[in-house]
Design a protein. Structure first.
Length: 185
């Protein structure tokens, strides 16, 4: 016969350890029922991401890499992972571009949180005549300090090099992905 034990505080009779005997399990049936500092509280992953072409010269443009998460506590951190296949294309010998990450809380003001000095030469190819493909991967730990929805959006930048035509971000079908993890504190 099973019984229910209701308590407000659990402490060990001696020492600092509470042991669950071998062969027994402590089962938490509610995902929010147990919180351990630095554990992942939730994960959100992007689904379909469409390709995006930024052909505007010397302009930051939103890519289709955007995803939101709603933290359960203001003390939570968000571990942000982006994996973006991209192409620099043009007819010039220099091709340069970049990406940066913005955060918006519940549709409010946008805050630049990664590549904060807006470096426009993260990707640089010299003596190239047509295109360069690569993958941009980044991991960033953010502290949004909110329990409202937090949206992360990656932007791309096409440097104003002579002959540079566009920076193209490929979508999920080419291996692109966004993963957000709430890290409980």
């Amino acid at each position: 016969m099973a019984s229910t034990l209701k308590i407000n505080n659990l402490d060990s009779a001696s020492g600092t350890t509470i042991t669950v005997p071998t062969g027994k399990k402590l089962v938490v049936t509610d995902a929010g029922g147990m919180q351990v500092p630095h554990m992942v509280g939730q994960m959100v992953q992007s689904g379909t991401i469409a390709d995006h072409n930024n052909s505007a010269e010397a302009t930051w443009a939103n890519t289709n890499y955007t995803l939101a998460i709603t933290p359960t506590a203001t003390s939570s951190k968000v571990l942000v992972h982006f994996h973006i296949p991209y192409r620099l294309s043009g007819s010039g010998t220099n091709m340069r571009g970049s990406m940066r990450l913005n955060r918006a809380i519940s549709g409010g003001a946008t805050t630049l949180v990664w590549n904060t000095d807006s470096n426009v030469e993260q990707f640089q190819v010299r003596n190239a005549t047509n295109e360069h493909d690569a993958i941009m991967s980044m991991t960033f730990l953010d502290s949004p300090s909110t329990t409202n929805a937090v949206t992360y959006t990656m932007q791309s930048y096409r440097h104003n090099d002579s002959g540079m035509s566009f920076i193209y971000t490929y979508g999920a079908s080419r291996g692109g992905n966004v993963l957000l993890q709430e890290i409980l504190q």
